[in-house]
Design a protein around this ligand. Structure first.
Ligand code: AMP
Ligand code: MN
Length: 230
């Protein structure tokens, strides 16, 4: 076994992560697969802020942000075939995702002891910018899940604006399952954002989150006051 393999296995164990083979060895587990589709880009926001990479996520039916994908019917299809089927429904195009694109798998937190345990698999697939644009178009035209399970595809802003917004505000939203850590780990592993910029964005994100809590509290109080008056 290569040194790289030892390091990888050590890293996976430390993070509670499973390899594809370990995950498949779990009898009675359910499996869900999701993928991060991304590309490089030379385009700029306002003609001056480099966008650098286009990363696709989606606003889900439950109001949370997540990656495209879903449950796999393990008795009928491979993990990758199930993911491709889900992708066709959610983004409206057939994309070939292979075992080589598998990044990690984890037991989903908070599954009730009575229901079968869920393992979530995460894939990463780099496309050309043109293909990403096609996905974005298809997701509102040919995708059968548009307006139902998927409310819209979104791009992840990787830059930081003068006011501190951008990546930090994006990261302060609510994400499904471990989608936020899947995003952050990918940004680091694929060198899409410098570690120090990511650390700063996450610290600012905490502040934004706290500000949101105050904002929600104020709106709740207003709503209650209006209800009492009517
Ligand atoms: P879906 O059909 O896309 O809702 O996904 C199936 C299951 O996977 C759901 O129970 C979600 O809670 C979970 N899930 C969805 N997206 C992610 C994600 N990015 N990371 C981990 N789990 C997820
Ligand atoms: Mn889904």
């Amino acid at each position: 076994m290569s040194l790289k393999c030892y390091f990888l296995i050590g890293y996976q164990m430390a993070n509670g992560q499973l390899s594809r083979a370990e995950a498949l060895a779990c009898s009675g587990c359910r499996h869900a697969c999701h993928v991060m589709l991304y590309s490089d880009t030379k385009s700029q926001l306002f003609g001056r802020i480099p966008i650098r990479h286009i990363i696709l996520m989606q606003m889900r039916f439950d109001g949370m942000l997540g990656f495209p994908g879903g449950f796999v019917n393990q008795s009928q299809e491979s993990l990758e075939a199930g993911l491709c089927r889900e992708l066709e429904e959610e983004v409206g195009v057939a994309l070939s995702i292979s075992e080589d694109d598998h990044m990690d798998a984890q037991h989903a937190p908070g599954t009730s002891p009575s229901s079968p345990r869920l393992i979530t698999h995460f894939y990463v697939k780099k496309l050309e910018e043109e293909q990403i644009r096609e996905v974005e178009k298809a997701s509102v035209s040919t995708a059968t899940d548009h307006g139902q399970e998927v409310l819209g595809m979104v791009r992840v802003p990787l830059y930081t604006t003068k006011g501190g917004g951008g990546l930090s505000s994006f990261l302060s939203h609510t994400f499904i399952g471990n989608a936020r850590s899947q995003l952050v780990n990918s940004l680091l592993r694929l060198h899409l954002v410098a570690p120090e910029d990511l650390r700063k964005a996450l610290k600012h994100s905490l502040k934004m989150h706290a500000r949101s809590a105050v904002d929600v509290q104020a709106v709740l109080e207003l709503t209650e006051a209006e209800r009492e008056q009517s």
